[in-house]
Design a protein around this ligand. Sequence first.
Ligand SMILES: Nc1ncnc2c1ncn2[C@@H]1O[C@H](COP(=O)(O)OP(=O)(O)OP(=O)(O)O)[C@@H](O)[C@H]1O
Length: 308
Amino acid sequence: MSPVVTVTDLTKRYGDVTALDRVSFTLAENRIYGLLGRNGAGKTTLMQLLTAQIFATSGEITVFGEHPYENERVLSRISFIKESQTYPSNLRVKHALRAAALVYPNWDEEYAQQLVEDLRLPLQRNVRKLSRGMLSALGIVIGLAARTPLTFFDEPYLGLDAVARQIFYDRLLADFTEQPRTIVLSTHLIDEVSDLIEHVLLIDQGRLLLDSETDALRGQVVTASGPVAAVDEFVRNGTELHRVRLGGTARATVRGDFGAAEHERARALGVDLVASSLQDIVVRLTTSSNGPAADAGSAVAADKEAVR
Ligand SMILES: Nc1ncnc2c1ncn2[C@@H]1O[C@H](COP(=O)(O)OP(=O)(O)OP(=O)(O)O)[C@@H](O)[C@H]1O
């Protein structure tokens, strides 16, 4: 099946800032992607490029097999829900929803009304008078009910309370199961979405550090704890990303291929192994001197290898 998005050697510079640096990847049909990375990593820039809102400095983008720029066929199949969305003044919530219904061919009005109720959005209220969380809720209603084949959510829940965020995750997953499509979710709340995202794209300083199935990634990074000498011996077969020492014991975060044999080796050495959470993996890879963008090419290649 041909990819929904193909990005090849994509670079975006703003003056002397390289926001994206020769990024290449594909997005498959009907999957949920997590676009992760620290502040300023290049996530929003990437989504703006894919939705044809800005121009690339160099590189190629195809979306649904075509260039997205000024291409109505492509753009009508994309929605981009961003944290900084602005609306015209004097627009009420119901008007914003009516406008969305006109723009998106697959708009589901009944579903939108259900979401409005779940998220307690006041239909009559002027959008400018919504609280920060309510504004995010409006974006979420539009992003879900639009049912576009390709949907970008760029940190869609600024100000949303924990209950509303859970409603978003639950509805997203339930709706995705019934009406599969490609969803790209950019977020800093990694632990909250780790069960939702099937594939991780991790960007750091404009470079793609990881392009991996979430499940494959989980087995690749572990925390190894035990006597210092035993941990030293264990980490030889991997790449150490981080270490904490407490007297004679050490706790190391290690990246490698941790199959049954490595677990057996750890047991024999007296080392405890715990799979790292997705959030830990992202934190370690984007702060470690062994997991920086300098090694991005080989990291991505290794991850692709791991999921085959
Ligand atoms: N219009 C612009 N002009 C100049 N620099 C820009 C512009 N837009 C983005 N940048 C820079 O490009 C880099 C990437 O920014 P981007 O907004 O894509 O990051 P991000 O990963 O979305 O960050 P965050 O998680 O904080 O939203 C940053 O260094 C940012 O300052």
